[in-house]
Write a protein that binds this ligand. Structure first.
Ligand code: NDP
Length: 282
């Protein structure tokens, strides 16, 4: 049995509570934090995510500016909306819900977001600042993982961390944040040779793959901390990238799916929006 089942719901609730208190302080000073959420098209999963983010904002006192654009929206129209929010002092954070419909250039749209309003940490400036070790908004999911590790006093100094996945949304920023926290980091991907062997060296193993239950006990060193970023729909269930039933007995700490990393992603978005409003209100 793992000593620790990492409770992302509880940590996320604590973060939301802290954000709500700080938002109240800002409001007293006359600053109302605002988040613009831009959704293009009618993808049901994206609609549901956007709805949840807006409810989260309302709960902590952040004003959300809801912008839903049709599937046929042009690049010019999308960028004009982003430019408008860049110029609007009531908006402190801009969230462009991904993926965008195929005819749109997501890279160009993301790069259009003013760096100081980038609460997703996805713009080239934010990623570049992270690489340089400068203060920046960190991508919500990897920063959520770091918050979980801090919440459970899991010290990373000198530890071997292995991240499976090299996406710009999760794997790459995850590796950079672990490195910033003094872990010795290896990044794996679909071309990695002997993936189980590399993973078994990990004191901290982060799976961000998108393959349901792929990481079984053969990938895990007994006593490792296992963080499952994966969210995969299998039938009517959500499952992670880790085979929880087989890995939980040998891990020292593990995140469940659902209820692990997922709630943290949403909580960090609120934290990043608050931080952007605090910077703007100074
Ligand atoms: P991507 O598909 O962009 O990246 C997946 C990564 O996994 C790639 O680097 C890929 O390698 C690697 N990979 C795929 N198959 C294998 C394999 N068989 N062996 C080794 N590596 C492999 O996904 P994301 O990074 O966007 O997301 C990863 C997972 O995290 C998904 O399940 C997603 O739903 C979930 N997610 C969860 C969030 C949360 O809030 N908890 C937020 C964001 C994502 P290569 O680069 O070589 O193709």
């Amino acid at each position: 049995m793992a000593e620790i089942i990492i409770d992302g719901k509880a940590v996320a609730a604590r973060v939301r509570g802290e954000v709500a208190r700080e938002v109240a302080v800002l409001r007293e000073r006359g600053v109302e934090p605002g988040l613009a959420v831009v959704l293009v098209g009618s993808d049901p999963a994206s609609q549901s995510y956007v709805g949840m983010k807006e409810r989260d904002c309302a709960e902590v006192g952040i004003r959300s500016f809801d912008t839903r654009l049709s599937e046929e929206t042009t690049q010019e129209a999308l960028e004009a909306i982003i430019d408008g929010f860049n110029a609007d002092s009531a908006v402190h954070g801009i969230l462009l819900q991904l993926p965008l419909p195929g005819h749109l250039d997501a890279e160009a749209a993301i790069a259009r977001i003013a760096p100081e309003k980038d609460v997703d940490g996805f713009t080239p400036i934010s990623i570049g600042r992270l690489v340089r070790g400068l203060p920046s908004a960190h991508a919500c999911t990897p920063e959520g993982v770091m918050e979980l590790l801090r919440a459970y006093d899991i010290d990373l100094t000198g530890k071997r961390a292995v991240v499976i996945g090299r996406s710009v949304l999760v794997g790459k920023p995850m590796a950079l944040l672990l490195m910033e926290a003094n872990a010795t980091v290896t990044v794996c991907h679909s071309r990695t040779r002997d993936l189980p062997g590399v993973c078994r060296e990990a004191d901290v193993l982060v799976a961000a793959i998108g393959r349901p239950g792929m990481i079984d006990a053969s990938y895990v060193k007994p006593g490792a901390v296992v963080i499952d970023v994966g969210i995969n729909r299998v039938g009517d269930r959500l499952v992670g990238d880790v085979d929880y039933a087989r890995v939980e007995p040998i891990a020292s700490a593990i995140t469940p799916v659902p209820g692990g990393v997922g709630p943290m992603t949403r909580a960090i978005l609120l934290k990043n929006t608050l931080a952007a409003a605090e910077r703007a209100g100074r």
